[in-house]
Design a protein around this ligand. Structure first.
Ligand code: GDP
Length: 297
């Protein structure tokens, strides 16, 4: 898979390179594996844990030569992310099934909303968007023009409108029109992070007034390029509002795809989609086996 080749170079090729010419497993080799994992954005603790497991397997005679280490690392990486492979199923009986999209500006939130809307539309679902990022005029315009091009209704108000009110009204409109999926955008300004979290909490509360079970999905969008920052953002958003899913974007243009493992092991949340390019088809449902195979073939 060419889209993930930068991460494959950073992680897969370097790991593989460690084994050439090695005939026995020594301390140095295990440490080099640990270094490679740590410098691949997987997270220090996760890297240490993986190598600790390798050490145990070597001590117990389960792994006896260097050739056995690589499949063991592959298996460890797979085990780490496999529990996070949980596809987002839209419950069509909800009308609307409400997906609240959160994430900092630039993460790829608006693009992901467009791709998701297109996917659901192709699945034959009635889709509506709510322009809940009322902070940036450009965000509202971007969503509106995307909606026009793709014949998807967009509920929007002027800049500075109350985001929670926009989304509240959108749910009413979606109900009236028998919409299956409502995807709500939200603000992602970084500089006033605490205000942002308060605003998101309010949105959450207000949505609940419409439907106690909503939002049915609170999906964080993070940019893999930002490495450990992506993990920190995921922690912050999860603490503030409780996430139910994560989408990791821009895995195509980065060597930092290892951060997906850090997010998986730290938050243990479903990773719904990965973004590997600009086109709608480049938003792929997360497949743990395919991901490990792509970066460590
Ligand atoms: P927002 O501020 O979070 O709404 O971010 P946008 O949706 O506007 O995305 C910011 C930029 O990232 C845009 O130029 C997108 O085309 C780009 N982008 C989003 N997802 C991906 C992806 O998976 N791969 C690549 N290469 N670019 C992406």
């Amino acid at each position: 898979d060419q889209r993930l080749e930068d991460t494959r170079r950073q992680l897969g090729n370097r790991l593989r390179g460690l084994f050439s010419g090695r005939t026995e497993i020594d301390q140095a080799l295990l440490e080099e594996i640990e270094d490679t994992l740590i410098t691949s954005d997987i997270g220090a603790q996760t890297a240490i844990d993986i190598v600790e497991n390798l050490r145990t397997a070597v001590a117990n005679g389960v792994i006896t030569d260097p050739a056995g280490l690589l499949p063991a690392v592959q298996a460890e990486l797979f085990e780490l992310i496999e529990p996070c492979e949980e596809f987002l199923v839209v419950d069509e009986s909800k009308k609307p099934f409400v997906i609240l999209m959160v994430g900092v500006n630039g993460a790829g939130k608006t693009t992901t909303i467009g791709k998701l809307a297109q996917r659901y539309k192709e699945d034959g679902l009635q889709v509506m968007l709510a322009a809940g990022d009322t902070f940036r005029a450009a965000a509202v315009e971007q969503l509106k023009s995307w909606g026009e091009r793709n014949e998807v209704p967009v509920i929007a108000q002027g800049t500075g409108a109350d985001s929670a009110a926009v989304i509240f009204d959108a749910i009413s409109a979606a109900r009236a029109r028998g919409i299956d999926v409502l995807i709500a955008d939200t603000a992602g300004r970084l500089h006033t992070q605490s205000n942002l979290m308060e605003e998101l909490k309010k949105i959450h509360r207000v949505i609940r007034r419409q439907d106690e079970a909503a939002p049915h999905e609170v999906m964080l969008v993070v940019d893999a390029n930002t490495g450990q920052n992506a993990l920190n953002q995921a922690r912050q958003f999860n603490e503030a509002i409780g996430l139910t899913g994560v989408t990791v974007t821009k895995l195509d243009g980065t060597a930092r795809g290892g951060v997906l493992f850090a997010i998986a092991s730290d938050l243990k949340l479903p990773i719904r989609f990965i973004g590997v390019g600009e086109a709608a088809k480049d938003l792929r449902p997360f497949d743990a086996g395919a991901f490990v195979n792509a970066i460590l073939p």
